[in-house]
Design a protein around this ligand. Structure first.
Ligand SMILES: [Cu+2]
Length: 159
């Protein structure tokens, strides 16, 4: 075997041994659900519904698990079901509960999980294009800083 070939092979074996799985985030989505929302007129006249009910909003709650050894971050969410999507957190203004957009995404710790749940952080579906009925499934594309895009389906159910 030529010397140069042996050296190349050795390099490949060494570099394979040097791979560090510890530097990766391993994201999975669990317990993903949405509240039902009636968008009046959505079934009969979609154009009119769009004009009159563009303000109808939906919500998505979920648990994001990270079995990897690097932290990750949910940056944004995309879906066809509404006009825009925002990441929100719930804050108290005196005894009034309010929502505001989350700055810089939502962190998911290494070897941990982040829960978006009622009265806390959530994914806000702004300007729904149709009603969300119990049993419906909403396709969502979640963009993570390290893990790229994950597709998940939120099931509409009663809280
Ligand atoms: Cu909100």
């Amino acid at each position: 075997m030529p010397k140069i070939f042996c050296f190349g092979l050795l390099l490949i074996i060494l570099s394979a041994g040097c791979q560090r799985p510890s530097d990766k985030a391993e994201i999975s989505i669990a317990e993903i659900w949405s509240r039902p929302v009636m968008v009046a007129g959505a079934m009969t006249d979609s154009a009119a519904a769009h004009r009159h009910h563009a303000g109808a909003n939906g919500v998505v709650y979920l648990t994001i698990q990270n079995s990897g050894s690097a932290a990750d971050r949910l940056l944004r969410v995309r879906t066809e079901i509404c006009e825009t999507v925002e990441l929100h957190e719930t804050i108290m203004d005196g005894d009034r509960m309010m929502m505001q957009p989350v700055e810089n995404g939502i962190a998911i710790p290494a070897q941990g999980s982040t829960k978006l749940e009622p009265r806390g952080r959530h994914i806000m579906l702004m300007g729904l294009r149709r009603s969300l009925a119990v049993g419906d499934s909403i396709e969502l594309h979640l963009d993570f800083e390290k893990s790229g895009t994950k597709t998940a389906f939120s099931t509409v159910r009663q809280p």
